[in-house]
Design a protein around this ligand. Structure first.
Ligand SMILES: [Zn+2]
Length: 214
């Protein structure tokens, strides 16, 4: 019984690793090639928590692709356009919520930026950004981002799916190996040539059904 639980744990761990690895590879694979982008969509608030001194969000857009969803909100875009993007008194505020994962979104990152004149700044809060960037940053570059925070429902569902797939692959391979050994008259569990004895002298496997009289 304990061994069975240990095996369940191992497959869940494999499922978790595959799930997170896929979520982390998606930004690199997509490299900003969204299948579906919508601009000027309706929105009510910033898609992620932003510093208290930020103005209310005014513009929303969304991007999606296989394994990816992003919502971006901005403030002061009009002011910036009016001043030809060079006026240092105008600050553009940008906040994006990224979600990655297959088949369900499993990991999330947020991205906060301000743009003042020509300088674009990543806004950080505390020692850990929600997700961190790899390499040089420029806007928009969500494909350089590794999302560190789990979206629990998707993360759990993906872990179960990939764990189950791993178990199916391993048990199919095991069954195939046992069938092949049985055919070549080797012990199906350890591969020892048991020479038509009823019990394998190496590992104790018995050709009799368990429980039947020997
Ligand atoms: Zn054996």
């Amino acid at each position: 019984m304990r061994r069975a639980w240990k095996r369940v744990g191992i497959y869940l761990l494999i499922g978790l690793i595959v799930n997170v690895a896929i979520a982390w590879m998606i930004p690199t694979v997509l490299r900003g090639n969204w299948f579906n982008a919508k601009y000027d969509i309706e929105g009510q608030s910033w898609p992620v928590s932003v510093p208290a001194d930020w103005p209310p969000a005014e513009y929303w857009s969304s991007m999606s692709a296989v394994g990816y969803d992003g919502v971006t909100a901005m403030a002061n875009l009009d002011d910036l356009a009016r001043t030809r993007r060079l006026d240092p008194s105008v600050v553009l505020y940008v906040a994006t919520r990224h979600a990655y994962g297959l088949p369900f979104h499993a990991m999330t990152a947020r991205q906060l930026q301000t743009q003042q004149g020509r300088s674009i700044r990543e806004v950080d809060e505390g020692p850990f950004y929600r997700g961190f960037a790899v390499g040089l940053l420029h806007y928009p570059a969500p494909y350089r981002r590794i999302a560190l925070f789990p979206l629990w429902p998707g993360c759990i569902a993906n872990t179960l799916i990939y764990g189950l797939l791993a178990w199916l692959v391993v048990s199919a391979a095991r069954r195939w190996r046992m069938a092949r050994r049985r055919k070549s008259r080797l012990c199906p569990t350890c591969g020892y040539d048991y020479a038509n004895l009823d019990v394998c002298p190496e590992c104790g496997w018995s050709s009799q059904q368990p429980g039947s009289p020997a």
